[in-house]
Design a protein around this ligand. Structure first.
Ligand code: NGQ
Ligand code: ZN
Length: 454
């Protein structure tokens, strides 16, 4: 047993609400005692405001390396689909080493942003010629290494990708690094499990890429390979995808999924942007989590998720940084609310009942949804990993605030700049807003990008 340390927070936000004078004792990375209304003891490390780290339920870490590189007009109209072409070109150049260097930067920035677990929707499995690496989980291993060197907790979601589009269209040359069949996918899962074996708090799930990329039969086979683990899928992100799904099946994507798979609380429907009322009701009944990625959905021109209707129906949600064009927890939640304000021309759209704080509702819902979707330990529970964020209470946008007004101030005024320390499994990886390995991780990233973009 290592020695225990105790953190004292004048204000601590927990899933049960705000607590004053909270002492959190951490032993071997886990919360071993929690006491409220207790003044600080001389040996305590003192902080003003703390809250649980936020899960980031959807990331493609490598896309951090192309952030901002697809913001100029091409020929004709730019869209999600033209962005995807640029992404495919970038992906082609990556190898295990460059992949790891980019992921390390992304995972470090996630910690600095207050994200203490990432759901990595990982599909870059194969070598550039489309053949499997000697170890089929070679690239998954690179992600595990990035998680280890940054302290980030990882829920690895190896992706199953079988076809280029609805109706059995063969995957194109640009997609060959993603493709497996159900049998080789089974080996990949085994390899990924081995890659995670030495990593603290890692979880493994599965991820059929999208209804576009799987056949009904292969989807069933893959779901049967790994029962009782998180299942993540991209769904109904683009209007063209909805139209193609209807042409193929007669049903909208979410409707098709609900009719053809046993969608329950272990599922995460990523985006689910284009859903109608009955689809929202079905998602609510299923207890599945919707994985919202507001910054990426804005960047890619996907559309706006009907969040007011969804929350009204009791749909669960979490947030993800997806393309990692920006890595900012507060910005994701703020943009989720602002999209609704712009559409409905009202304020505090997602605050719930009268008197509700928008910052608090967004924060606590995303915390619960992210935890569920990533099979994460309960935030700040006894015996859970000590994954905690503290704020710099001297930030101008936080001065004089207490309780929910701190979350409103963080989300709408201060932004990520107010984050002071981040503990992951009891280790203070971020202090004064800086990750302890920032210089080395940035230096490696710089060399990597200079090589890739040369
Ligand atoms: C992805 N990203 O897998 O990275 C996708 C693009 C696709 C988003 N959907 C590729 N945001 O969906 O076919
Ligand atoms: Zn995605």
């Amino acid at each position: 047993m290592g020695t225990a340390t105790t953190l004292h927070f004048a204000s601590l936000f927990t899933p049960d609400g705000w607590c004053r004078d909270a002492r959190v004792t951490v032993a071997d990375g886990l919360v071993s005692a929690l006491a409220m209304d207790t003044p600080p003891q001389p040996e305590d490390e003192r902080h003003a405001v703390g809250f649980p780290g936020m899960p980031n339920l959807h990331s493609h870490a490598f896309q951090r390396g192309m952030a901002g590189l697809a913001e100029h007009r091409g020929q004709g109209e730019d869209s999600f689909w033209t962005w995807r072409e640029a992404m495919y070109r970038f992906v082609h150049a990556l190898d295990p080493d460059t992949f790891e260097a980019i992921a390390a930067l992304a995972y470090m920035e996630m910690l600095e942003a207050g994200f203490t677990r990432v759901g990595e929707f990982h599909y870059l499995h194969n070598a550039p010629d489309g053949g499997s690496y000697d170890n089929p989980a070679r690239m998954a291993g690179a992600l595990a290494a990035a998680a280890a060197s940054t302290g980030q907790a990882l829920t690895m979601l190896p992706v199953f990708y079988a076809q280029g589009g609805f109706g059995g269209i063969t995957a194109g040359a640009q997609q060959r690094r993603f493709v497996t069949d159900p049998e080789s996918y089974g080996r990949l899962l085994e390899g990924a499990r081995a890659a995670l074996a030495g990593l603290d708090d890692a979880r493994l799930g599965i991820a059929p890429h999208s209804l576009r990329a799987v056949t009904p039969a292969s989807l069933r086979e893959v779901l049967a390979l790994a029962p009782a683990v998180p299942v993540h899928i991209h769904i109904a992100e683009q209007e063209r995808e909805v139209a193609d799904c209807r042409d193929w099946s007669g049903a909208r994507p979410v409707q098709w999924l609900m009719d053809n798979a046993d969608v329950g609380a272990d599922w995460c429907l990523v985006h689910a942007t284009h859903v109608d009322r009955s689809e929202l009701a079905a998602i609510a009944r299923s207890k599945a989590v919707v994985g919202l990625c507001p910054i990426t959905e804005a960047n890619l021109g996907d559309g706006v998720f009907p969040a007011v209707e969804a929350l009204g129906q009791g749909v669960r949600f979490g947030i993800g940084s997806d393309s990692n064009v920006r890595i900012d927890m507060t910005e994701e939640l703020r943009l989720l609310e602002y999209g609704q304000r712009l559409i409905h021309r009202r304020r505090n759209c997602l605050a719930g009942s009268e008197g509700g704080s928008t910052g608090r509702v967004l924060f606590e819902r995303a915390l619960a949804g992210g935890q569920q979707a990533l099979a994460a330990p309960s935030p700040l529970g006894l015996g859970s990993t000590a994954d905690i964020v503290s704020l710099n209470a001297d930030h101008p946008s936080l001065i004089g605030r207490s309780g929910d007004a701190l979350l409103d101030g963080l989300m709408f005024a201060a932004g990520q700049g107010a984050i002071d320390c981040v503990w992951r499994r009891g280790i203070k990886w971020v202090e004064g807003g800086r990750h302890r390995n920032r210089d080395a991780i940035r230096a490696r990233y710089r060399m990597t990008l200079e090589g890739l973009l040369a």
